[in-house]
Design a binder for this molecule. Structure first.
Ligand SMILES: [Ca+2]
Ligand SMILES: [Ca+2]
Ligand SMILES: [Ca+2]
Length: 225
C-alpha cells in the first residue's frame, strides 16, 4: 500500500506508487506535465466530453480488429498480437502489468472500456508508439487521448502525478468562484474517480471515470442486443 506522509494542507503530501507500472505512469505524467496544460478551467474539460465520447467510439474498430475470435473481449494473446502489429515495443512484463492494471473487473480479459484505458496508458507511456500507427486507417489517437492527458495535467496542480481531493476542489473553485454546490459536485466527481478509495486519483482511475461518465459499456451492451 502507498503511504501518506504529512497533512493534506498546507504541507506537502507525498504519495508512493503501489506498483511498477503505476510508477512508470506517474513518471510519464510528470514528464508530460512539464509541458503544461491547454485547459483553462474545469468547464473546458466538461465541454470536451462529447468529443471524447465520439473518439472513444471510433476506437471500437481497433478493438474489433484485435478481437480475433470476435468474442467481444480481448484476451492476453490477442493483446500481445495487437502490440506486435502496432509495433509497440513493450516488454512482456510491461504488457502483463498494463493488462492487469486495466483489468478492473478481474475477469482476465479486456472489455472495450478497459481496452480504451489501456490504449490511453500506452499513449501516455510512449506517445510515439501509437502515433506512428495513425496511418493504418485507425482513428486519430492523439486527438482522442491528448485532451485526457491534458485535463489530468490541469487538475494535478502540484504535478506529482496524482489528483488529490484538494486539487479537485481547487480546480472547480477556479471555475465557479467557490460556490457551495460546486464544492459538493467536486467531491462527488472525486469520489466517482477514486476507485480504490485511497484519497488520490491516478491517471488510470481518471480514465475509468471517463468511460463510466460517458457510459461506454452501457451503449455497447445496447448495441449487442
Ligand atoms: Ca477475443
Ligand atoms: Ca476485464
Ligand atoms: Ca497532485
Amino acid at each position: 500500500m502507498g503511504a501518506v506522509i504529512g497533512k493534506v494542507e498546507p504541507t506537502e503530501m507525498v504519495w508512493l506508487p503501489e506498483s511498477k507500472i503505476e510508477a512508470k505512469m506517474v513518471q510519464a505524467m510528470q514528464r508530460r506535465a512539464s509541458q503544461g496544460s491547454s485547459m483553462k478551467s474545469f468547464n473546458t474539460i466538461i465541454l470536451k466530453f462529447p468529443k471524447i465520447d465520439e473518439s472513444f467510439r471510433k476506437c471500437k474498430s481497433i478493438f474489433e480488429q484485435f478481437d480475433e475470435d470476435s468474442n467481444g473481449v480481448i484476451d492476453r494473446d490477442e493483446l500481445r498480437k495487437c502490440f506486435q502489429k502496432l509495433d509497440i515495443s513493450f516488454s512482456e512484463e510491461d504488457i502483463n502489468d498494463i493488462f492487469e492494471a486495466c483489468d478492473i473487473n478481474e475477469d482476465l480479459v479486456m472489455k472495450f472500456s478497459e481496452f480504451i484505458v489501456l490504449l490511453c496508458l500506452v499513449y501516455l507511456l510512449d506517445p510515439a508508439a501509437l502515433l506512428a500507427k495513425s496511418k493504418i486507417g485507425t482513428p486519430n489517437l492523439e486527438a482522442t487521448f491528448e485532451p485526457l492527458v491534458d485535463a489530468f495535467v490541469f487538475l494535478d496542480k502540484n504535478k506529482d502525478g496524482y489528483v488529490s481531493k484538494s486539487e479537485m476542489v481547487q480546480a472547480i473553485n477556479e471555475t465557479t468562484g467557490g460556490e457551495r454546490s460546486s464544492g459538493r459536485i467536486a467531491m462527488k466527481r472525486f469520489e466517482e474517480m477514486d476507485w480504490d478509495k485511497n484519497g488520490m486519483v491516478n491517471f488510470k482511475e481518471f480514465l475509468f471515470a471517463f468511460t463510466r461518465w460517458i457510459g461506454i459499456d452501457e451503449a455497447e451492451d445496447e448495441e449487442d442486443e
